[in-house]
Design a protein around this ligand. Structure first.
Ligand code: BGC
Length: 527
């Protein structure tokens, strides 16, 4: 407890430390540090009903409740990577990455979710992608589940039925059987908190359920058990022959107390327990189980609400033991940080029951943090988070599996460039201070379908023209900067490439209409 407190307070002093360092120009990565980029099947593949694929719950939402997606769009075509995967891999080559994190669409492999029918075209597609990556010297990191649950399983209860632990284990086995000879880095599931909060708590992601005080917790519980099941299946049936590694992806924000008052500091500890330890502790701690703060707070709130059992269903001891140690490495997704405070304004602020009411803090991101969309830049947060994980969880092997910034559609994405450099610098600093970070994956290789935001937010280092039937991909400034960092292993703040100059064709495409307009204007003036 005290250690955490000190760390959080330490982060406050780090703000000024890092701003004094801002002139420092060059930071270099260790020689064996690995770089990559990430994508996810539903966000890029398209071909929603091609190649024998079944419906995912997002396909269903896009049809039944299109208003849930800000621009009324869907991912029926998305980046069309089902057909354009070779171009994607060419881009990875252009960047010079070591690794590529992609995800497999469960309903493309098992159209109805269960292994009684395995779709040969789905297997063939991912075989082709994996083989093409390997032929280009790029190591695949494969996420088994990035939120596109087969709709058939969703209709049978999805993540809030206990049966999903068996369903997920059976699916994982199919993946090991077909791809495990070549895939040596598996990530079972992406971001339990975000998936459960937006999918089952706040109803803004598929399956659009709104039970923030009950189903949110059930979903997280089942995801932890499903991860453990997939891990044990690998251990028992495949590890000896295939020799790979199995991790999972957890998203975490760093948290700072707004003031050093006891209430705000305790609020920050509580927020960290939910947003960091909730999914870390059952897997990476020595004692296992949910963090005691979370168990106690939900139990107390449930009792106050007149319930005769906690809304956080307890694990049996054998489940606690079953989950402990079920990740060979941590995939860390990190985007931003938050200040929190706790005062009388929390009362009555949130639905009852809800996870927000259980945590009982107000969050705040200051306008001084550069922002776009919902991402706020605060790079010291990543350093502090990595040091926290090192100290609290016995320095696990970490791959940063997502980190990135949204931008407008243009090619000059200076906001992303700055964000990327500052966050990567935090990684270099954390590695220098002993954090066991082995690699970094930028989110994302290219613009894609950003869930409930549709195509209104662009996370790509490559711009994708979503109006062009060819879904043309063009490197932004950030792609050129990332490529140079990968080549030199140095973060050089003075490097300022021009994305138009780098692409003669794009320059023509960009400048030609401008020139044409000028000529028309001139002509009109003269006439
Ligand atoms: C998800 C990605 C998403 C990104 C940006 C992460 O939570 O894993 O799928 O695109 O955040 O919002």
């Amino acid at each position: 407890m005290e250690v955490k407190k000190i760390l959080i307070l330490f982060s406050l002093s780090f703000i000024s430390a890092i701003s004094n360092e801002i002139d420092e120009n060059l930071k270099s990565f260790p020689a064996d540090f690995e770089f990559g980029t990430s994508t996810a099947s539903y966000q890029i593949e398209g071909a929603w009903n091609e190649g024998g694929k079944g419906w995912s719950m997002w396909d269903y939402v896009a049809r039944a409740r299109p208003e849930a997606i800000r621009d009324g769009s869907n991912a029926d075509i998305a980046c069309n990577s089902y057909h354009l995967y070779k171009r994607d891999i060419e881009m990875l080559k252009e960047l010079g990455v070591d690794n590529y994190r992609l995800s497999i669409a469960w309903p493309r492999i098992l159209p109805y979710g269960r292994p009684d029918y395995v779709n040969p075209e789905g297997i063939a597609y991912y075989n082709a992608v994996i083989d093409e990556l390997l032929a280009n010297g790029i190591t695949p990191f494969v996420t088994m589940y990035h939120w596109d649950l087969p709709q058939n399983l969703n209709e049978q209860g999805g993540w809030i039925t206990d049966e999903i632990v068996d369903w997920f284990g059976d699916y994982a086995r199919v993946l090991y059987q077909h791809f495990g000879d070549r895939v040596k880095n598996w990530l079972t599931l992406n971001e339990p908190y975000v998936h459960c909060f937006f999918g089952y708590g706040r109803g803004s992601h598929a399956p659009l359920r709104t039970s923030p005080g009950v189903e949110f917790y059930e979903c997280g519980r089942n995801i932890l058990l499903a991860n453990a099941r997939a891990y044990h299946i690998y251990d028992e049936e495949f590890r000896a022959a295939q020799g790979g590694k199995v991790g999972l992806v957890i998203s975490m924000e760093w948290v700072l107390p707004l003031t050093d008052s006891d209430d705000d500091v305790q609020g920050a500890l509580d927020y960290a327990a939910y947003h960091i330890d909730h999914y870390m502790h059952p897997i990476f701690s020595e004692e296992g189980n949910f963090p005691q703060i979370v168990i106690d707070r939900v139990a107390e709130a449930s009792a106050n609400q007149g319930l005769n059992a906690s809304r956080l269903r307890p694990f049996a001891q054998e489940q606690i033991d079953y989950m402990k140690g079920t990740a060979d490495f941590l995939g860390l997704n990190h985007y931003s940080s938050k200040y929190v405070y706790r005062n009388s304004s929390v009362e009555g602020r949130y639905d009852v029951p809800s996870v927000e009411d259980d945590i009982h803090v107000v969050t705040y991101q200051p306008p001084s943090w550069p922002s776009h969309g919902f991402i706020y830049e605060y790079a010291p947060g990543l350093y502090n988070l990595l040091m926290y994980l090192k100290d609290q969880y016995n320095n696990p092997v970490v791959y940063i599996t997502e980190n990135g910034f949204s931008s407008d559609t243009g090619l000059v994405d200076d906001g992303r460039v700055q964000y990327m450099r500052n966050y990567m610098r935090s990684v270099v600093d954390a590695v220098a201070d002993g954090a066991n970070v082995k690699g970094y994956f930028a989110w994302s290789l290219m613009d894609n379908f950003e869930w409930s935001f549709g195509y209104t937010l662009r996370f790509g280092m490559y711009q994708v023209d979503m109006d062009d039937p060819d879904r043309t991909r063009t490197p932004r400034k950030s792609a050129l900067v990332y490529k140079e960092i990968l080549r030199s292993r140095v973060i050089d703040y003075s490097y300022d490439p021009d994305p138009y100059a780098a692409l003669p064709d794009a320059a023509v495409a960009y400048y030609a209409p401008v020139m044409l307009n000028l000529i028309v204007l001139l002509f009109n003036l003269l006439m």
